[in-house]
Write a new protein. Structure first.
Ligand code: PLP
Length: 347
């Protein structure tokens, strides 16, 4: 069965599918896994999540492949990253087995929202862990809800790989030097809503953040990691404030498979002038090639103090194209999955 969705025009939006999978943690244990079709949860108004933003999430995708099989892409990596984030927040976290099982159930119970093969669409899975305990004190408490929901997804910026503009805001930072930037906590994203509003109003698809202590190095985009291509090198920032992107990890391996050199090291702002191609990488986008990256001392003001140019608007360089095609080819089962990244569980 297939939902009445135009798979070819899908973007990346919240979408009410059929089933949410969930479990509660209380009194030292997870409740049996439940399914709900009501899409409504009950929370105490004093719950940690509302007052102190005790909340984290993950994002991964399921694909219907060329031979009809369904796969999840590297769910074990998302399970491990959520465990790291939950530990940072002092939250209980599902085991890797439970995390993966609930993602599988989410796909199985929403299969009509997973596009048939051939539309470049997928099912985006959003595991969410929120603190439920009613309290005023600033102390961790082991009570939470773990819910896995999903939404049909096309590619984030449109159906085809095309380059976009990004802006470096001179008056906004994403993460404090010894703060929470490398964890996937909801609060990190709250701080990006205002600069994103300014950026989008001016036609920029992305924000590129610098390290906030000295503003001399590139950290990452608001919703993806940064990489640059210089000759045969794939270069990506080493920084304590950057989210460890699973797509970036995958791209680094794919780049090595192509015989490229991979450098993970601090990337000085000045080096943006030396890259032939630059892009963002993440689950939603795989790769967003950059046409240009502007620096704006004050994001809401018109002045652009410097611009780094890569591709004419909409066009995509050869390295981005080949890296993207390799990953998407593996995800859709068109190319051999030599690293065992596709997770299969259905007959
Ligand atoms: C801030 C940030 N950096 C990087 C990424 C990319 O991570 P991943 O490749 O695991 O999706 C994301 C999420 O997609 C993100 O929100």
């Amino acid at each position: 069965m297939s939902a009445s969705i135009n798979w070819d025009t899908l973007g990346f939006d919240a979408y009410r599918t059929r089933t949410v999978i969930l479990s509660h943690y209380k009194d030292g244990q997870w409740s049996p896994i439940e399914k709900t079709e009501t899409f409504s949860f009950t929370f105490d108004p004093f719950a940690q999540v509302f007052h102190y933003a005790i909340s984290c999430f993950e994002g991964l995708k399921a694909f219907r492949q060329k031979d009809g099989r369904i796969s999840l892409f590297r769910p074990d990596q998302n399970a491990a990253r959520m465990a790291r984030t939950a530990d940072y927040l002092g939250m209980p976290c599902p085991s890797k087995e439970m995390f993966v099982k609930m993602c599988e159930l989410c796909v199985e119970n929403n299969l009509e929202f997973l596009a048939p093969y051939g539309h470049k669409a997928s099912l985006y899975i959003r595991p969410l862990l929120v603190g439920m305990h009613p309290q005023m004190q600033l102390v961790p408490y082991p009570e939470a809800i773990f819910a896995v929901m999903c939404a049909p997804a096309g590619s984030y910026y449109g159906a085809h790989l095309r380059s976009c503009a990004a802006v470096i805001p001179g008056d906004f930072d994403r993460a404090a030097p010894k703060g929470s930037g490398s964890y996937k906590i909801g609060a990190n994203y709250a701080a990006t809503f205002r600069p994103y509003k300014y950026a989008h109003e001016q036609g920029y698809a992305e924000l590129l953040y610098l390290n906030s202590s000295t503003r001399e190095f590139v950290d990452e985009f608001g919703s993806s990691n940064f990489f640059g291509i210089k000759g045969n090198k794939y270069v990506t920032p080493l920084s304590d404030s950057v989210l460890p992107s699973i797509t970036n990890l995958t791209l680094q391996q794919v780049a090595r498979d192509f015989g490229m050199e991979v450098e993970k090291r601090p990337v000085p702002l000045e080096e943006l002038a030396e890259f032939e191609e630059a892009g963002g990488c993440g689950t939603a986008v795989v790769i967003t090639p950059m046409s240009h990256i502007d620096i704006k001392p004050v994001l809401a003001e018109p002045l652009v103090s410097r611009s780094f140019r890569y591709e004419p608007d909409g066009q995509v360089g050869p390295a981005c194209t080949k890296l993207y095609n390799r990953i998407v080819g593996i995800q859709f089962g068109e190319l051999e999955d030599t690293h065992g990244w596709c997770h299969y569980w259905l007959d």
